[in-house]
Design a protein around this ligand. Sequence first.
Ligand code: ADP
Ligand code: MG
Length: 353
Amino acid sequence: MKRIFSWKMNTAFMVLVLVMCAFLLSGCADPKQSAAENRDLFAMDTYMTLTAYGPQASSALDAAEDEIKALDQLLSTGNPESEISKLNHDGKSILSDVSAYLLQRSLEVNAITDGAFNPLIYPLMNSWGFTNREFTVPDEGTISEQLQLLDLQDMHFDETTKQVSFDQPGMMIDFGGIAKGYTSSRIMEIFAEQGLTSGLVSLGGNVQVLGTKPDGSSYKVAIRDPEHDQTFLGIVEACDEAVITSGGYERFFEDHGVIYHHILDPKTGYPADQDLISVTIVSSDGTLADGLSTALYVLGVAKGSEVWKAHSDLFDVIFLTEDHKLYVSDGLRDEFTSNGYPVEYITAEIDHT
Ligand code: ADP
Ligand code: MG
């Protein structure tokens, strides 16, 4: 009797376990959890697509859209009312938390890239006409004058009071090389705060993903191939990461048969003239990834690889060179698949001394 009872108990337990499993499995496949909701918008001079999964998708997308608009208002150099425009006009200001954070991160990227990223690039961008699309090749005199305005020693920034001031008239800040990466990481934070475990954002060439896809597999982020419009140069398998690409092909003009693009080398004042078509950074830190994609495009493969070797715990990198090769940092060996380009891996040198 006792045995029958315990057999019944065991059976009941097994059935309970099976029902729980079925319940959990059906939970994973719950159409409410896995249904994607998309939102397209234009802000920060870029077409953006946001995708959110789960029952809170709509409210998460609303909150993300509000944040994008607020950041655009705050940071846009094209809007004379923005905080950054006012700072650039007045030469001094007490910054909001967001702008102070972006300035501090910009200085961090500047420091680790030997000055290749410079947040004071705005006057030079202006001289080339990238800010108002009245493109022109500045004369040598103008370029050497503008180069004087890039000296970070002439900017005073107190991280505690958030007070910033410029010593020289005409010095101006431009967060164009870092703001979209910050925005994508903020969107991921908002998604998580709203209870989402999966989502993605694409801001132009910049992609950042939250978690995995609802089915548990990693997101497959295709990196655009600037040379071939309809295809991609490879795929990164990403989870909780940003995949951010910079290249001269994004914005440029032609003058007397020469192409001039919008990523400027702060050492020369001219568009970065390296061996590169594009640089892609993969990192869990979207702000850093954006800043570095611009900076490593300026530095080129050799110097850029050195930056990776010194900070391989923070990011990975894919360089596409003009001779159509990919140089890929070792950390991406299992996560990156080339779409037909030959790949050479960059490995950290082991110091045997
Ligand atoms: P995009 O914004 O086109 O995706 P990037 O992230 O590389 O590409 O940012 C390019 C922008 O960064 C330029 O439009 C300009 O605002 C700014 N910028 C250009 N050169 C530099 C530089 N050397 N350091 C910091 N910012 C730069
Ligand atoms: Mg950038």
